[in-house]
Every structure is written in structure tokens, then in C-alpha cells.
Design a binder for this molecule. Structure first.
Ligand SMILES: Nc1ncnc2c1ncn2[C@@H]1O[C@H](COP(=O)(O)OP(=O)(O)O)[C@@H](O)[C@H]1O
Ligand SMILES: [Mg+2]
Length: 322
């Protein structure tokens, strides 16, 4: 993985990997929207040629390093995949016949096939011209710059994590509190971590879940609670059973300084990223093991909501795919 990152960013120092590419916030919404789509598409192409999900995540991230990949190094697989995605989006904008353009390309049949497949999969959303319009219209409603920036991050991270990580508003966060609260605990000191863990364990054992599921759930919960102590001082946990949606939810909220929006793509996409001298594996684990992660964050605190499929955890393995 490290070798792969080095290859992408052509630098072996960890600082440079983490520092670059920096998120180009001076760009307009439409530029970022375009880079999101291009990265999304490149990631699909990466999937079709059999790249690992860590590798395709980096591919997505790389799409934000610059606006055009037209002059990119065609020998570099990652850059080439982004370039191909760029090409497809260009044809779409010009209302060209995309399959015909693909067939005219001087590339191997394998490449043609993955491009055609990506087009087939996304002709009704990504390649639909009405999609462009709806993005434009939505933009009109975005009032302040902060909202706009927040919306960009929300869209980008949501797409990059294949709809697993969603930034939400306070109101949205409250809507996830519906259901039966089956365990609660406060987190004020490091010693509260094992206390909360044991409380959660006892409550989960009453919920007709498999032993290995409970172990996994506790592991994920521990990461979230530990983050409260490490990055936010104090908070509380609430475990909810939502029969209607067949979901178990862990809500861990704190009154800490909140997440830095600029760091969020790295927090969620890059394993090993931490703003402290720390392992930075908490989010990687939470992302792997939960169905979805919802995050409300502000300078007054954060609420992180981890969701799990109830049925998939009944007496069996914890299943992240939901
Ligand atoms: N409750 C929180 N409040 C504010 N920032 C947080 C919180 N939890 C995590 N973070 C941020 O997300 C980063 C990644 O978290 P994580 O993956 O658990 O790694 P680590 O805890 O080892 O730093 C942290 O370094 C921190 O910047
Ligand atoms: Mg952590």
C-alpha cells in the first residue's frame, strides 16, 4: 500500500503524502463537482480492472490534485484512468455519442470494454444531461459560502466512500435517535472507556446477536469512545435499537472542537491518517465494520452515528456490506 501511494504521489516522505494533494478549496463548486464525478468514474474503471478498494480510493483522491489530466503520463495507470474518465465526461458535455466515441478510440479492447461497461452502468445518472441541470439548480439554493463548502465535502466524501460516510446536519442527526435506547453511558475520563465497553457488552448480549458480532460491535464502539477522550475530552454514548429499520445504531457525541472539514477526506479515506501522533486506524475500522457512518460536526462538538444491520448480526458474523 505504501509503495502504491509513493507511486501515485511520486514522493516517499509521509508528510508529503498527507500534505498533498491539498484540497483545492479555491475552486468553484462546478470544478469540484466535476472532479468528484471524474474521480468516481476513475474509481469504477479501477474496480473493473480489478484494483483493490484501497487503490481505487486513492484514485478518487488523485482526481482532486488537478483540474485536467489531458497532459498526464499515459504510462502511469492511475493518471491514465483519470484521463479516460475525463475524456468520457467531455464527450458527455458535448453531447457526443459516447459508445461510438469509445469504439473509435485507439486503445485495447479490454480498455474499450471497461469504458463501455462504465457508460452502461451510469448512463441514467452520471451521463444523463438532466443530472448536470439538477446540480446547477441545487446550487441556486446554496446560500452562504460555508454551506457551499460543507455541501462539497459532503458530496465528495459520500461518493468517495461509496455512500458509506455521510456528513449530516444537526436536525438530521436528531432523526437517527428514533428507536429504543438500550444502553447509555458517559465518557469523561479514560477509565470510562472500559466501563462503557462493559455496559455495552452486557446490553448487547441481551439483544439476540451472535457472539462474534458482539465482539466486532464492541471493537468499533471502543474506537469511537476512545476518540472522544483523545480528540474531544468528554461525551456520551447511546445504543439504539430501531426495529422498524432493522438497525442498531451507536451514537457517540461529544462537546469537543469538532472535525476539521479539510481533514475529513483524509480521515475517512486514508488509513493511517491522524492529526495526533497516533495510529489513525479508528476510522478505517469503523468504516470497515459498520453499515454507515453519519457525522454531524461543529465547533461545539460532534455526533458520530454508526449503523449496523440487525438481521445480519443475528447469531452470525458482523456484515459490513449492509
Ligand atoms: N470526536 C472527535 N472530534 C474531533 N476530531 C476527531 C474525533 N474523532 C476523530 N477525530 C479526528 O479524526 C482523526 C482520525 O481518527 P482515527 O482514525 O480514530 O485516528 P486517531 O484516533 O488514531 O488519530 C483524528 O486524528 C482526529 O483528527
Ligand atoms: Mg482513534
Amino acid at each position: 500500500m505504501r509503495r502504491f501511494i509513493n507511486k501515485v504521489f511520486k514522493d516517499s516522505s509521509r508528510e508529503t503524502i498527507i500534505g498533498a494533494p491539498s484540497f483545492p478549496l479555491q475552486m468553484s463548486y462546478s470544478d469540484l463537482d466535476y472532479m468528484t464525478k471524474r474521480g468516481f468514474l476513475a474509481r469504477k474503471l479501477g474496480q473493473y480492472i480489478g484494483l483493490h478498494s484501497d487503490e481505487t480510493a486513492i484514485l478518487f483522491y488523485l482526481s482532486f490534485s488537478r483540474l485536467s489530466f489531458a497532459d498526464s503520463d499515459k504510462e502511469n495507470q492511475n493518471e491514465y484512468l483519470i484521463y479516460l474518465s475525463e475524456q468520457m465526461l467531455k464527450w458527455n458535455k458535448l453531447e457526443e455519442n459516447i459508445p461510438a466515441e469509445i469504439k473509435n478510440m485507439d486503445v485495447s479492447p479490454d480498455i474499450q470494454n471497461i469504458l463501455l461497461k462504465a457508460y452502461e452502468m451510469h448512463k441514467t445518472d452520471l451521463f444523463a444531461l438532466s443530472y448536470e441541470k439538477s446540480v446547477q439548480e441545487n446550487k441556486v439554493n446554496v446560500s452562504s459560502q460555508m454551506d457551499e463548502k460543507w455541501l462539497i465535502y459532503r458530496d465528495v466524501i459520500y461518493a468517495a466512500t461509496q455512500e458509506k460516510f455521510l456528513l449530516i446536519s444537526k436536525e438530521e442527526a436528531d432523526s437517527y435517535r428514533k428507536g429504543i435506547v438500550f444502553c447509555e453511558g458517559t465518557i469523561k475520563a479514560r477509565s470510562d472507556i472500559p466501563v462503557c465497553r462493559n455496559l455495552a457488552k452486557a446490553s448487547l448480549e441481551l439483544q439476540n446477536l451472535g457472539t462474534s458480532s458482539i465482539m466486532s460491535l464492541l471493537l468499533v464502539l471502543s474506537e469511537a469512545i476512545t476518540n472522544t477522550i483523545k480528540h474531544a475530552e468528554e461525551g456520551k454514548m447511546t445504543l439504539i435499537k430501531d426495529e422498524k429499520n432493522h438497525e442498531i445504531r451507536f451514537i457517540v457525541e461529544d462537546n469537543g472542537p469538532g472535525f476539521s472539514l479539510e481533514d475529513l477526506p483524509r480521515t475517512t479515506l486514508l488509513a493511517g491518517f491522524s492529526t495526533k501522533q497516533s495510529l489513525g486506524q479508528g476510522f478505517t475500522l469503523m468504516m470497515k465494520m459498520s453499515k454507515r457512518i453519519l457525522l454531524y460536526t461543529s465547533s461545539k462538538g460532534s455526533t458520530i452515528i454508526l449503523t449496523f444491520d440487525m438481521n445480519k448480526n443475528k447469531g452470525g458474523e458482523l456484515n459490513a456490506t449492509g
